[in-house]
Design a protein around this ligand. Structure first.
Ligand SMILES: Nc1ncnc2c1ncn2[C@@H]1O[C@H](COP(=O)(O)OP(=O)(O)OP(=O)(O)O)[C@@H](O)[C@H]1O
Ligand SMILES: [Mg+2]
Length: 437
């Protein structure tokens, strides 16, 4: 798909030249001659990047920029400024401009900045699907994220599985002044204990058997940005003093290193375990707990967020219908009722998975109760058992779908990827009703 660029510039000649430069480079371009019509075009045409002059009448480039930061924060906005207005340009950067170019505009530089802007927005859009939901708790949460992002203090993110902790971490990064710095996620539960120290702090070549190359750890990679320690409750006790030191002193020592290295990172951590209880039971160090828990955010389970189920279900419906090229337009009343009454132990992740499977399964224009069998079956088992089995089921289904998508629904290759036989794959697809319709 061709990227669309909106160019807002009052000087007719320059507007024409830049339009040519950009369309010659393969972009689709629309132009406007001042801020007001620029914003109108932004609204109706939905560009992927905006280039705007600063000084224009009656409405200037800051008007365009402000519209973007309020309504389309993922779309990079590049300012064009005349020499001598650098201060205003700095002001523009503070207001969220992606970059600025001084006039006369160097064409190569222009194309380079456009390319970088588009790349940057693609990465953030891929990583940070927005935190959806207009319930009061979710609105408060979005406010809270802004607050949590405004300082360098550590934030502990708590909440049941699937409530959106990772999305919140990404949201804090995006809203913080470190947003242009790296966002590095380390999952403490998925890395073997003996490798975790090196993953966190790095190692020097030859410092242990197998250390054939010097390697940077997550702290160093996150320097200038944010380090997200996911599943922090699974961090082995033995490593906790070293992490505490790194967080307190803002310096790390790679394995086999001789002198400490200082780093500037904001630390976010998340877990669905009860950390306070783990501290009581001496399974997690109290001093580290207090260090990571300077600020705290707790995500509510999905079933207490009024109306969010319906809103999220509709959003996921549109998303998957588009992705799978299905004509489904709406969710039937009965299906909505079932979804509203259901407990959602796997929270938003479960809802998302249910919608993905439902869209695959459903062939009509309406999503009916028979497209969401997992919500109506097995109601006789206790909630706790259900949570457990649903978690496993959700994980397995996630893996299956990911492998299938990665290989364009080629079952032989997907089975290879998953390291199971083709018939084992077919059995699982049948079991979950994936891709049958
Ligand atoms: N408010 C939300 N709006 C849109 N999508 C959401 C929301 N909350 C969660 N999701 C989606 O649900 C899934 C699970 O979210 P996420 O990975 O952030 O959960 P988590 O709290 O980290 O869970 P776990 O404890 O299991 O790691 C993701 O696909 C995420 O995009
Ligand atoms: Mg998570």
């Amino acid at each position: 798909m061709t990227d669309k660029i909106l160019l807002v510039e009052d000087e007719k000649k320059l507007r024409r030249i830049l339009q040519l430069v950009l369309s010659d480079a393969g972009y689709e371009v629309q132009t406007a001659a001042e801020g007001g019509s620029g914003v109108e075009c932004w609204k109706s045409w939905q560009p992927s990047l905006v280039l705007t002059d600063l000084k224009m009448e009656p409405l200037d480039g800051l008007h365009v920029l402000r519209y973007g930061s309020d309504h389309a924060p993922d779309i990079p906005c590049v300012m064009l400024t005349a020499f001598g207005t650098v201060e205003t340009a700095v002001e523009a950067m503070k207001n969220g401009a992606f970059d600025f170019l001084t006039k006369p505009v160097d064409h190569e530089q222009l194309l380079e900045v456009v390319k970088q802007g588009l790349e940057a927005s693609r990465t953030t859009q891929k990583q940070t699907a927005d935190l959806l939901g207009s319930s009061a708790v979710m609105q408060e949460l979005r406010e809270e994220i802004r607050l949590l992002a405004s300082t360098d203090s550590a934030v502990l993110i708590l909440g049941e599985s699937g409530t959106g902790k990772e999305l919140v971490a990404q949201g804090i990064h995006k809203a913080s002044k470190r947003s242009r710095g790296p966002f590095v996620r380390l999952n403490c539960a998925s890395i073997p204990a003996e490798l975790l120290e090196s993953e966190l702090f790095g190692h020097k070549r030859g410092s242990f058997t197998g250390a054939t190359e010097t390697r940077e750890g997550a702290f160093v990679r996150a320097d200038g940005g944010i380090l997200f320690l996911d599943e922090i409750g699974d961090l082995p006790l033995a490593l906790q003093p070293k992490l505490l030191h790194a967080v307190e002193e803002k310096e790390i020592m790679p394995i086999g290193g001789e002198k400490p290295q200082s780093v500037s990172v904001k630390i976010l951590s998340a877990t669905n375990l009860d950390l306070a209880e783990m501290v009581q039971e001496k399974k997690f160090r109290m001093d580290l707990y207090y260090r990571l828990n300077i600020m705290q955010v707790v995500l509510p389970p999905l079933n207490v967020r009024e109306n969010d189920v319906e809103e999220l279900a509709n959003t996921f419906l549109r998303y998957f219908a588009k992705e799978f090229g299905r004509p489904i337009l709406q969710i039937s009343m009965e299906a909505l009722q079932i979804m509203g009454a259901y407990g959602w132990p796997g929270n938003v992740r479960e809802l998302r998975n249910v919608m993905e499977r439902a869209v695959l399964k459903c062939s009509g224009k309406e999503l009916t109760p028979d497209c969401i069998p997992s919500l109506t079956e097995g109601s006789e088992c206790s909630t706790k058992e259900k949570v457990k089995s649903l978690d496993l089921v959700a994980i397995e289904q996630e893996l299956l779908l990911a492998a299938l998508k990665q290989h364009n629904w080629n079952k032989t290759q997907a089975a290879k990827e998953l390291n199971i036989s083709r018939s084992a794959l077919r059995y699982r697809l049948n079991k979950y009703g994936i891709g049958l319709s």
